[in-house]
Design a protein around this ligand. Structure first.
Ligand SMILES: Cc1cc2nc3c(=O)[nH]c(=O)nc-3n(C[C@H](O)[C@H](O)[C@H](O)COP(=O)(O)O)c2cc1C
Length: 180
């Protein structure tokens, strides 16, 4: 079994999460390769897929959304896990805890995901917090972050990322055992 961990990343934090997931899968005996979505023109040779994108303007980066959409028929025949990286993760965020709780309740599943989820049937869609740097944001983004008490910095929760990767490894190993 080989797992593709495909990522769409503008400034690198999503790529590093994808590489960490691939490394954790490998340590669990599940061979995995992390590649930018643009570097994977065909999906032959992979048995399962973990696909993630940075969030810009509330949605996946165009390259990530296009990858999901154009490969949805293939993805529908395999186990698929999706993840999004933004200011708000399920267990960490750039905002104070009360603000983050409120934002999580308001958060919508990205359109790139809702557009394919019925057909692809992902096992899970997980939201992780990423790296937020002042140089990456325009004026209005910086005003928004400050207005809600947000902080620039690396908000990734590596324990959360590792735990998610381990849960994927566990499911893939048990499905292999079940089908073998
Ligand atoms: C132009 C731009 C737009 C963004 N839009 C959003 C957004 O709508 N919601 C959000 O929570 N984070 C937003 N972010 C924050 C990114 O999702 C976050 O920094 C993420 O870690 C970026 O991943 P990357 O390092 O892989 O590019 C935005 C960042 C940039 C640079």
């Amino acid at each position: 079994m080989v797992v593709l961990v495909a990522h769409a990343s503008e400034h690198g934090s999503t790529r590093e999460i994808a590489e960490r997931i691939a490394a954790r899968l490998g340590e669990q005996g599940v061979a995995a390769q992390a590649h930018p979505v643009a570097d994977v023109p065909v999906l032959t040779g992979y048995d399962a897929f973990v696909i993630g994108s940075a969030i810009h303007g509330g949605d996946w980066l165009p390259a990530g959304g296009a990858f999901l959409s154009s490969n949805r028929a293939t993805l529908a025949r395999h186990p698929v896990w999706l993840f999004s990286v933004s200011t708000i993760g399920e267990q960490s965020s750039a905002f104070p805890p009360r603000v983050a709780r409120w934002m999580r309740n308001m958060m919508k599943v990205p359109r790139a995901v809702t557009a394919v989820e019925d057909e692809v049937g992902p096992q899970d869609h997980h939201a992780f917090a990423g790296v937020i740097l002042p140089g990456h944001w325009g004026f209005s983004g910086r005003v928004f972050l400050r207005a809600f008490g947000g902080r620039f910095g690396d908000h990734r929760n590596w324990q959360e990322i590792d735990a998610w990767a381990m849960s994927i490894a566990g499911k893939l190993r048990s499905s292999q055992l079940g089908s073998g």
